[in-house]
Ligand binder design. Sequence first.
Ligand code: NAI
Length: 328
Amino acid sequence: TRTPVTVTVTGAAGQIGYALLFRIASGQLLGADVPVRLRLLEIPQAVKAAEGTAMELDDGAFPLVSGIDILDDATRAFDGTNIALLVGARPRTKGMERGDLLEANGGIFKPQGEAINAGAADDVKVLVVGNPANTNALIAQQHAPDVPADRFTAMTRLDHNRALAQLSKKSGVPVADLRKVTIWGNHSATQYPDIFHAEVSGKNAAETVNDQDWLENDFIPTVAKRGAAIIEARGASSAASAASAAIDHVNLWVNGTAPDDWTSMAVVSDGSYDVPEGLISSFPVTTKNGKWEIVQGLEINDFSRTRINASVTELSEEREAVRKLGLI
Ligand code: NAI
């Protein structure tokens, strides 16, 4: 029998946590033959609710779950962890300025970065879901100097999946026959979903669709503002789709992308595509043997360049803001 993989989920009592934990427990995160040990991290006020979720996990009688711990202490929650899913974050509330939001989240992601640095397993992989995800990931990474920087990633796979869904609707081609969609930049309204390198049944997507008006005025805003549209329709923010994207992100990172495809993930920039070094920005990424690589050599047209630059500028500003606040 295999040794269980320790998976820590923060914000375990929240709505994404509720959708995510059952998919992890069923084997969809790492594989149907990989036992998992779950660590649920919550704030003290939400521990009771997390216990409720854990009761339901028990009642799922998942054969792969070798144990569940519920904790309100980051140091213990990340001790020996292999996969850290940082979902819990401080949401923006009415009247909150961006600086307040960054500061409140700094208070969460700085100690969590330190705890990962202190005790996580050597092979730890970190996915930040909690918003502002890219900058929260940067804060955590900056406080984990002993962990390789490439282990800290932020989630743009939900945006990637949203782009696939919209492209499928427009082209009439099922998602299974779509490849190489890319999300560039920040997981925010400035993100740039790019179909100039994407493929629809093996043919170039932008050429196949051949509809610049749709691309500019429908596709890009629909993908970028989908989160708000879900809130409007559902009365709550996207949760099951976010959990599903987190499963995709980690599963692909661990088990590899298909040879003819890539995924989108926000990773630390090495200066590729003129994204300033050190920013955690979304790129087209291939993965193999648990390591990611930014896809190189793509030609970026002027339309794409302007949009990538706008999102990356926003990330630079967020980095400047957290520097000024002394969070990194
Ligand atoms: P939620 O409010 O239902 O749950 C968040 C949970 O985090 C709460 O139970 C809260 O007690 C907990 N929490 C807060 N601070 C914590 C800390 N220091 N340690 C551990 N737990 C803590 O929120 P929901 O819907 O589950 O969303 C979670 C985050 O994911 C939000 O920041 C949301 O904006 C973000 N999100 C990101 C997406 C992406 O594509 N990157 C997509 C959808 C949501």
